[in-house]
Ligand binder design. Structure first.
Ligand code: PAF
Length: 282
């Protein structure tokens, strides 16, 4: 496995593969890798001749300085995991390498980037598009793998890829969960053992809501999910929205679309840690 810290080392590592016509897959990550990332890497290794994994905590997508400062980092552990998974190239650049100059590009993809996370984290998706577009330019992958836990991120990256006419197939991969249902996230490392147990109420409630859907309106299910989670000590819902799976616009009736997803963000514990999750209704 080659570890490249600069764009030029990355290009050197990929040059021979590219000129030999090998297919290249990319898994963009911010490190602190867990089984969720591992599932993306396994799939990338399976479906491409060369699997590139980027490990870069992108400052431009954090609108909260404390969140950026506390984001977990452990490159050595990440490299051990990636080696064991058979990744071929790891790109682990510095901030200066990715942004030699401040990135002044702006990306705007309404309606998918104006709701939910887009509304609550101004600039977040702009930063995601800045870094992902650069990664796509550096690596020139045929396929790029993203976890469905960040459901909205996939829609935004898709819109950006279409907008920039980039020949990259965006491949969504299912959420990986702990045995008790908690969606794997690098942020889970910030939870105390007690908070970690409390957090399982999120997926329990979302799963219960699949039953509630049979007898309740969209609005009633939405309200009931929020009330149930907020009644759990240590949890506070930021939003729960039941949306069309493609446009991400709220639906008001279960028959309004063939693809309906519930997206939630919850603050957990005293720090607090911001957790996101989602569930598909149809
Ligand atoms: O999902 C993430 O970890 C990040 O948003 C990504 C796609 C690696 C861009 O920094």
């Amino acid at each position: 496995m080659i570890v490249a810290h600069t764009v030029s080392a990355l290009c050197d590592a990929l040059h021979t593969h590219r000129s030999a016509g090998k297919s290249i897959g990319l898994v963009p990550t911010m490190g602190a890798l867990h089984e969720g990332h591992a599932s993306l890497v396994r799939r990338c290794v399976e479906e491409n001749d060369v699997c590139v994994v980027s490990v870069f905590v992108n400052p431009t997508q954090f609108n909260d300085k404390n969140d950026l400062a506390s984001y977990p980092r452990d490159l050595q552990a990440d490299l051990r995991l990636l080696e064991s998974l058979g990744a071929h190239v790891v790109f682990a650049p510095s901030v200066e390498e990715v942004y030699p100059e401040p990135d002044t590009r702006t990306f705007s993809y309404p309606p998918v980037d104006t709701v939910m996370e887009g509304l609550r984290r101004p600039g977040h998706f702009n930063g995601v598009c800045q870094v992902v577009s650069k990664l796509f330019m550096f690596v020139e992958p045929q396929r790029a793998y993203f976890g469905e836990k960040d459901y909205q991120q996939i829609a935004v990256v898709r819109a950006m890829t279409t907008d920039l006419s980039l020949p990259v197939e965006i491949i969504p991969c299912p959420i990986v969960r702990e045995a008790d249902g908690l969606a794997l996230s690098s942020r889970n490392a910030l939870l105390t053992p007690e908070e970690r147990t409390t957090a399982t109420a999120i997926i329990r409630t979302l799963r219960d809501s699949l039953e509630w859907k049979k007898a309740m309106s969209v609005e009633a299910v939405q309200r009931h999910v929020i009330e149930t989670i907020d009644a759990t000590e240590g949890l506070r819902t930021e939003y729960y929205e039941i949306v069309d799976g493609d446009t991400l616009q709220p639906v008001s009736d279960w028959n309004e679309s063939n693809s309906i997803v519930g997206c939630i963000t919850v603050y957990c514990g005293s720090r607090p840690v911001r957790l996101i999750d989602n569930i598909r209704y149809k």
